[in-house]
Design a protein around this ligand. Structure first.
Ligand code: GLY
Length: 332
């Protein structure tokens, strides 16, 4: 697997967009802030926001590409956050049965997580990422300067996934707990942490591209997090739901966890998401979690971080899941 290229300025992104037979996909925010990047480049601009990560947007990109004369030698260059990368990558996987793509993530979340690892796809019927394909981008070009225009909320969103990585790796845990306030406030210490997060994600993907084993650990916080996100109508950012999901899922199994570890987890997650847990209905969360693609055999799977980078895969009947969740929600 080729490693992500980590740059300071955005010239590498500009060069990629000037490549041979390139078709660009970006979102309305990036198109407005960085309009010169796309001068003279055939581009589809998709409206920003999770609600546009759908099959209709994929169809629009594909029909725009046909009309622009793209062919099997075309390369899709996605410039944007997770929605843009996931949607454009899926369009690349579908266009004429698959063309190359390059990902230029512009948000913290996309740089450290969604932009790395070739999971492309869209939401269907409000269910997250249930239509998709694995297609590794030819290149991932991380340009730190894009972060200068990133709104506060989007920064915190990326921090949610970085805290998830900290739970999965001893070295990242040590550095993150030591520098959490600088990370949250965008201090210089954030940048080595971002690089650690990028490299960690790459190492997991290199070991298990299709998520048959190790990669499942990246779903920590996501069983409850995704369900809350859907039920809450995507009011908060994805990273905030991940932080809330981590607190809920660790709370569901608090008897298995060391008290000091549990308190640190809650403290880190509380820095990312200051909102109370938004859904109090354990039965609704359970019903939604049952439809999650991580499950099998009718059970609901939770990936539980247990400290020192270890993760247990726990499979629960919906009744057991609901019982534990109900108890833990009353304490949140
Ligand atoms: N975001 C989880 C994964 O890429 O596997």
């Amino acid at each position: 697997m080729r490693l992500a290229e980590i740059n300071d300025g955005i010239s590498a992104a500009r060069e990629a967009l000037r490549g041979n037979n390139v078709y660009a996909v970006t979102d309305s925010n990036v198109a407005r802030l960085y309009s010169q990047l796309f001068d003279g480049v055939k581009t589809t601009v998709i409206p920003a926001g999770e609600s546009n990560k759908n099959l209709g947007t994929v169809g629009k990109i594909i029909s725009d590409m046909v009309e622009a004369g793209c062919d099997r030698s075309s390369t899709v260059v996605a410039v944007g956050g997770g929605v843009t990368g996931d949607t454009a990558g899926f369009a690349a996987a579908c266009f004429m049965r698959g063309v190359n793509w390059i990902n230029v993530p512009t948000t913290l979340l996309a740089m450290v997580d969604s932009g790395i690892g070739g999971k492309t796809g869209v939401d269907v019927g409000g269910y997250k990422n249930v239509a998709g394909a694995f297609l590794m981008p030819e290149r991932v070009i991380v340009c730190r300067d894009f972060l200068q225009t990133l709104p506060e909320r989007e920064w915190l969103c990326g921090c949610g996934e970085m805290i998830k990585h900290a739970l999965l790796d001893k070295d990242i845990w040590r550095e993150t707990t030591a520098h959490i306030d600088e990370l949250i406030s965008r201090g210089e210490a954030a940048y080595p942490l971002i690089e650690m997060s990028v490299r960690y994600k790459e190492s997991v993907v290199a070991a298990d591209f299709r998520e048959s084993g190790l990669r499942k650990r990246l779903n920590v916080g996501h069983t409850v997090g995704h369900a809350a996100e859907r039920l809450d109508g995507f009011r908060l950012s994805h990273g905030e739901y991940v932080a809330l999901g981590i607190v809920a899922e660790t709370g569901m199994f608090s008897e298995r966890l060391d008290g000091v570890f549990l308190r640190s987890v809650r403290e880190l997650c509380g820095k990312v998401c200051r909102h109370p847990f938004p859904i109090k209905d354990a039965s609704a969360i359970t019903d939604t979690a049952r439809a999650d693609k991580k499950n099998s055999g009718g059970n609901i799977v939770v990936m539980l971080p247990t400290g020192e980078g270890n993760v247990d895969e726990i499979s629960l009947t919906p009744d057991e899941f609901e019982k534990r969740l109900k108890k833990c929600l009353s304490d949140l």
